[in-house]
Write a protein that binds this ligand. Sequence first.
Ligand code: BTN
Length: 270
Amino acid sequence: MTDLDVEALRGSLSQAASAGLDALDVFAEIDSTNTYLKAQTPPKLRRMRVVIADHQTAGRGRHDREWLSKPGGSLCLSIAYTFGQRPANLPALTLALGVGAATVLTELGVPEPRLKWPNDILLSGSKLGGILTESQTRSGDNISVVAGIGINVCLPQLRERASERSWAHSATDLASHMSEPPQRQHLSVALIEGLYRTLQSYDSGGADGFMAAYQSLDGLFGRTVVVETGAEVLHGIASGIDEAGALLVKTAEGERRVISGSIQRFGQAA
Ligand code: BTN
């Protein structure tokens, strides 16, 4: 049994989002909302298919890391979308979705959400949520993606364990930063709207329209970072992203461009 009301969710969507919705499913429990959508028929051109779960038994993050959720305390939401035209820079889509999600959170009164390249959402330097973007299928020239977002809404066990963790790696939840965090129902509607708008805008204009907003939400800018690229480990200072969405890191040997990698650690502003 889920406390999310699927009919009320449908009824709360704007006309634009309703018109673009191929399907909306809500589950009390599922293995992973991304895995579920990847197995479904892709949405029609420029349309979406959405699934939300209270709890995932096999939630996934980047690099096949486990994504933990608690029934009623987390939001696990995935959107499948089929692009009308082939996006020029698909890898930067996750950055744009981060901008879309942070904008929604700000509009809901969440204090100063920031982004940690390439897919984390931070509050006060701790991880509030993450985005996992995967390609779904490719039939002909059509490209469909599944974008999953996980947000920690109210997870008291995180707070109990916070003192055991280092600052840079700690996780947080909305309830630690707001006296009245948004209801999961309301958060779901706002994220469906915001992420659909982001996907449509990326479809028509690509990554360019998101770059300036990303810079203003960049939670790593000016901080010391340790970045694992697969080939090496870089130590330096994060200095933004370039037009392709690669992370720029000032190292002792000069500026490096990281196309794919993970932030192992980050510190205070240098
Ligand atoms: C990360 O931090 O690496 C990304 C986490 C993404 C988690 C979300 S929850 C909804 C969707 N379903 C999944 O299995 N993962 C994403």
